[in-house]
Ligand binder design. Sequence first.
Ligand SMILES: [Zn+2]
Length: 526
Amino acid sequence: MRRNLLEERWQRLPETVVRRLQAEQLRRYLQTVVLPFSAHYRELFREHRLEADSIRTLDDLQKVPFTTKADLQNTPEHPQRARDFIIIPDEKTLARRPATIWRALTRGRERVRKELEAEFRPMFVTFTTGRSAEPTPFVFTRRDLDNLSTVAGRIAEVCTARPEERLLSTLPFAPHLAFWLAHYAGTTAGLMTLSSGGGKVMGTEGNLRLLGTFKPNVLIGMPTFVYHLLQQAVEDGIRCKNLRAIVLAGEKVSEGLREKLRGLAAELGAPNMAVLATYGFTEAKQAWTECPFPHDQPSGGYHIGPDLCVIEVIDPSTGRPLPPGQPGEMVFTPLAARGSVVLRYRTGDYIDGGLRYEPCPHCGRTLPRLVGNISRRSEIKEMALDKIKGTLVDFNELEHVLDDCPQIGSWQVELRKAHDDPLELDELILHVQKLNGTNETDVSRELSRRCVTRLEIGPNRILFHSAEEMRRLQGVGALLKEQKLVDNRPKSKPAAKVDLDPAIAPNANSASGAATNGEAVEETAG
Ligand SMILES: [Zn+2]
């Protein structure tokens, strides 16, 4: 069967073959799984006079309308919207299928019943985080967990993890994709795996102790937490000579941050650290990683398994798919999922180097790769800062400015109203960690200059803190996810209401249980 070819040789096939096999698999998947058993897509295809056979090549995928985050949100008329996206088989249809009948005759009814259960019965769930006020559930069947284990094993393989190594995952314990992917990455690849549950479960101290005693070769975590962990390990004089790779998940990773992590790792006795980023999201039920690459060269990008999904890069304004290598918004379609299924899902995330098919310059795999920086515009990103010269502040860019500034360590952005008066002007305050030997006046001047040059807006104040004060401000070891952006603007009077992305509206982070004073803002899906 063709599908086996794509599965077995997933990392070695040329572009034309990959695209042809993907189109065939997609058509079969629509025909046998999605259109018969998904309430939402059965109706959508009918409305648009489409059938599985309308999709002959990947270019035909354009005929299928996009699915957006809004489509998944509950409304008063549809209080259980996410349910319409679950594959719920109809027993009669299944029983009439020649393949089912044949299998029942040759293997026995009981075995076929169990196989169908494993394929279709929802038995595991993760939730979206932060991007919307209401977390959306995404359900998995046994088959989906097997697929999750496959992609996780591939992440370990692309990261060159070996069974004799030890993996410490510090991702927060939560019903979020990232935590479970890390678990399956270690266990599928056969590494000795320890999931600490992150700072909130074991405290920074507990995680530090594991660094020293468990002696991991591979460390997985969210960038902010890993940064604090390594920094404190340096302060405490811990040695981590075995550490070889740091795999980051849950937030995007800037070059400046990679550089800072490599520097800290070197101080721990682990020079030449591979700092690898992953990209994934709840709706995909999968994630992808970079392969190790020399520090003086650009990353090969996120390596996509072509047998489990199709990624398109589109022009966000026209919705048209773009040729390879063009920057645009990523759109996701699964090829083997059961449980919750979204087709042509608009991620709202932008990739600036586009999708590439030529062999990876570092590992030689001929997989589709997403190359360059990802901006997760879907989440916050453009904060409309009321009345400050009417300028929109791109949080992605601000994050880069702060991460790339070599004179500071961790940071937090705070939004306030002048005098805490809702009708007053907005204020942008930067809390930054002063690194040893830096001069506050010089750093302030340099940071303001960088902000004005790249964002056309300067901070109202820059406040310097010690590493320990920053850990407290960000809630390291106390919150599920560290706070890098805090909105302390009073939100009472409608007159002062700013038109914000839903992601930074009140209770955006209700799923993560964060927020101390004011609203913390999530930057990412778990
Ligand atoms: Zn590669």
